[in-house]
Design a protein around this ligand. Structure first.
Ligand code: DQA
Length: 147
């Protein structure tokens, strides 16, 4: 089977995984998450590249890159999820499959997290399974590409 490229894009504060509110986001560090995503990707014949940025502009540039190169994306936009229309507009251009990922379940948390401005422009959303949310997102992308 040919190996398909996938971008996993992590937004603000996700570089601090492992030390940031571990009771909500778990003990896995971002470096460990990168290694896990690559391993899950190999099992699904996906060539997974994981990037993290705290910058809205950089995240948008990466989405534009994915659009031009037609690379499927799984994105955890962090707090940008809840208010960034610029991110929403960039994500709307990325060819599907596109997956919105969250470690926690934003719907069960503070009310400002109940709105996702990106949910309507992605193929689907996976939330609440900790780092396993990423495994599920990669499996969803592989399944869409296999169709
Ligand atoms: C998050 C949920 C967001 O509300 C929050 O701002 C994050 C992380 C998650 O993965 O659960 O930074 O996207």
């Amino acid at each position: 089977m040919t190996v398909r490229r996938v971008l996993v894009l992590n937004g603000p504060n996700l570089g601090r995984l492992g030390v940031r509110e571990p009771e909500i986001y778990g003990d896995t560090t971002h470096a460990e998450l990168v290694a896990m995503c690559q391993k899950w990707g190999e099992e699904l014949s996906l060539d997974v590249e994981v990037r993290q940025t705290d910058s809205e502009a950089e995240l948008i540039l990466w989405l534009q890159e994915a659009t031009d190169a037609r690379i499927p994306v799984a994105v955890n936009a962090g707090a940008f999820t809840h208010y960034s229309y610029a991110l929403r507009d960039a994500l709307a251009q990325v060819p599907r499959p596109t997956i919105e990922v969250h470690l926690s379940n934003p719907a069960s948390r503070e009310s400002f997290r109940h709105t996702s401005v990106i949910a309507s422009v992605v193929t689907g959303s996976i939330s609440g399974f900790g780092v396993q949310s990423y495994a599920l997102a990669l499996a969803a992308i592989a399944s869409c590409l296999d169709e």
